[in-house]
Design a protein around this ligand. Structure first.
Ligand code: FAD
Length: 289
């Protein structure tokens, strides 16, 4: 089944994300975490793709496991910046053979030291979207950035390029993490005005430690509101307290989104079933309402 068909149903959809192991030795741990997350009956589980393409086989393997053994919809991420066009085509062919119908098409970060644009590569995600469309009947998701993408100084350009990407055949969008819902509502207003009409899943990242916050900030350039910084300041030195506070903060964001009419939410669960389980328990009655 295609994710877009699920998103178009009249229901609340909560999805989760896992990342594949870097080595085959780590596979069992990731599989265990994925199995636990699948018990929460998510609308789908997405599997990230290692920036250098090194984990591509494990992405496909975990995505197949989710679909075939756990009977949950799976979404395989795919990046193109650090692979040749032929390597990317090979991954798409493999996903097709495995019966994986849903792909999140991403450019990926430019590897350090790589001159870009460079050689026989797809330079932007919209080119990857076009390629996937050519190769089969996939449901295609793509990324968007409520606070603007870090490489782009002008938010208007970012939205113009997003519209170009969506027009190439994107079925739905997932946002980069954000910690202030007003930024998301403002972004939704601006992209709808620009004529982007596909479903947009806000991406919620539960931050459960100071180290994770630092990593998230470096990765996404997101702004942490004072309300979040106060939690970190007060509870950051106690792992247990910070875990509880981070889950409460993410829950609060999710409840506010649902209260404001958002139907589909993606949770960056980061191979942590205990975090995913607590959040689902916090919203169990709300998502039935
Ligand atoms: P693009 O849509 O190609 O945009 C990249 C930049 O180029 C933007 O600044 C955009 O404004 C600009 N741009 C776009 N089109 C044009 C154009 N025609 N001309 C000039 N400029 C243009 N990374 C991973 O390595 N693995 C993952 O699994 C992964 N999953 C992710 C999931 C989500 C939901 C998100 C939000 C991000 C994810 N990332 C992942 C990170 C992502 O790969 C990076 O943010 C990357 O830098 C941009 O990817 P993109 O697909 O958004 O690129």
């Amino acid at each position: 089944m295609k994710i877009i068909d699920r998103l178009n149903e009249d229901r609340i959809n909560i999805s989760f994300e896992v990342f594949p192991p870097k080595t085959d030795a780590g596979f069992a741990n990731v599989q265990r975490a994925t199995d636990e997350i699948a018990k929460l009956d998510p609308s789908y589980i997405s599997v990230t793709y290692g920036a250098g393409g090194g984990t591509s086989k494990n992405t496909a393997k975990i995505a197949s496991h989710i679909k075939d053994d756990l009977h949950v919809l799976s979404l395989a991420h795919l990046t193109c910046a650090s692979s040749t066009k032929e390597e990317v085509r090979e991954v798409i062919r493999n996903l097709k053979e495995l019966g994986i119908e849903n792909i999140l098409a991403l450019r990926g970060d430019i590897p350090e030291g790589m001159k870009f644009p460079d050689g026989d590569r797809f330079h932007y995600a919209y080119e990857l979207v076009e390629e996937i469309r050519k190769q089969g009947d996939f449901c295609i998701g793509a990324a968007c950035y409520p606070e603007g993408h870090v490489e782009n100084e002008h938010k208007e350009d970012d939205i113009r390029f997003l519209k170009q990407k969506v027009d190439c055949g994107v079925d739905f969008l997932t946002t980069q993490m954000f910690f202030d819902n007003d930024i998301h509502y403002n972004f939704l207003y601006r992209i709808r005005e620009a004529g982007i009409t596909v479903p947009v899943l806000p991406g919620i990242m539960p931050i459960t430690s100071a180290a994770q916050m630092k990593r998230s900030q470096e990765l996404s350039g997101t702004v942490f509101p004072r309300r979040f910084l106060a939690l970190l300041d007060r509870f950051g030195s106690s792992p247990e307290a910070m875990m509880q506070a981070g889950i409460a903060y993410a829950t609060d964001q999710i409840i506010d989104l649902l209260a404001n009419g958002v139907k589909n939410i993606h949770i960056y669960s980061m191979n942590k079933p205990e975090v995913a389980t607590k959040i689902m328990s916090n919203i169990s009655e709300i998502i039935k309402c």
